[in-house]
Design a protein around this ligand. Structure first.
Ligand SMILES: NC(=O)C1=CN([C@@H]2O[C@H](COP(=O)(O)OP(=O)(O)OC[C@H]3O[C@@H](n4cnc5c(N)ncnc54)[C@H](OP(=O)(O)O)[C@@H]3O)[C@@H](O)[C@H]2O)C=CC1
Ligand SMILES: O=C(O)C1=N[C@H](C(=O)O)C[C@H](O)C1
Length: 233
């Protein structure tokens, strides 16, 4: 597969290593806001910055190139991308987190939320820890986790770094040098606490998931998620 890397930072470089190991070719490496010819690629993988993701993704779809995006912090435009992709009969996958472990964790989070609905007296909260270079907060993964809880509980919204009301889930975003990504869901009562936690030890899982998703998407049309790719949930 000929892959275009839209964003050649920490993730772009990690994806390059894994793509080469799996026998693919990197035909384009884009960093900064520059013009580029996407048409030489079979598939594009966007791990750029929040302000650039919409432009990168729409450029791919308009040129009929299947595109994977892992960039977080641009989801105000997600519906517009979904519509563009369906109108143009393109192929697109967004995931806040491409790692297999986190996608299993997403399912575990939903199952725990369903169980916790049956008991009283627990306060729900989410904590995410990332490296200090991260541009957005809360993390896309923390938002997906909050949405998973909201789907099957009385909670209706999440709130960053503030005091949550009864129906909102507080998300604490911490920044510590070198941390690839740690997410914890806690249910605390006066009697006890229940926690589930995912810790990424490095970026390999995110990168492998993105390359596997690109391989899966190459010959498909439509808007998909990692649940489709991994066939879980
Ligand atoms: N979904 C997932 O599994 C994961 C998602 N992420 C997300 O991926 C994104 C990238 O993370 P990370 O690699 O750590 O960040 P980096 O800051 O290391 O890389 C971002 C890259 O995007 C480049 N860039 C800037 N403007 C543009 C543009 N217009 N078009 C293309 N590239 C551009 C930057 O170039 P320059 O340095 O020259 O400015 C830089 O190379 C973040 O949103 C992060 O949250 C991260 C890990 C996993
Ligand atoms: O910026 C990062 O590094 C990460 N971003 C993603 C997110 O916002 O959830 C995924 C992962 O946690 C690493």
């Amino acid at each position: 597969m000929k892959i275009a890397l839209l964003g050649y930072g920490r993730m772009g470089k990690e994806i390059e290593k894994i793509a080469l190991q799996r026998g693919h070719e990197i035909v384009l490496k884009v960093s900064k806001d520059s013009s580029y010819d996407i048409c030489k690629a079979d598939v594009a993988i966007d791990f750029s910055i929040p302000d650039a993701a919409y432009g990168n993704i729409s450029n791919c779809i308009n040129n009929n190139i299947p595109v994977i995006s892992g960039t977080t912090g641009w989801l105000d435009h997600y519906d517009a991308i979904e519509k563009l992709c369906l109108d143009k009969e393109g192929a697109f996958i967004y995931a806040s987190n491409f790692s297999l472990g986190v996608n299993i964790f997403f399912e575990l989070n939903k199952q725990l939320a369903t169980l916790m609905k049956t008991v009283e007296g627990y306060n729900t909260s989410i904590e995410e820890i990332h490296h200090t270079k991260k541009l957005d907060a809360p993390s896309g993964t923390a938002i997906t986790l909050a949405e998973g809880i909201i789907e099957d509980s009385e909670k209706t919204a999440w709130k960053l770094d503030g005091k949550a009301s009864e129906n909102t889930i507080p998300i604490a975003a911490k920044r510590i040098p070198g941390v690839p990504g740690t997410h914890t869901i806690s249910y605390d009562s006066d009697i006890d606490s229940i926690e589930i936690k995912h810790t990424a030890h490095n970026r390999q899982g995110f990168a492998l998931g993105a390359v596997v998703a690109a391989e899966w998407l190459q010959h498909r049309k439509g808007v998909f998620t990692m649940k489709d790719v991994l066939n879980i949930g």
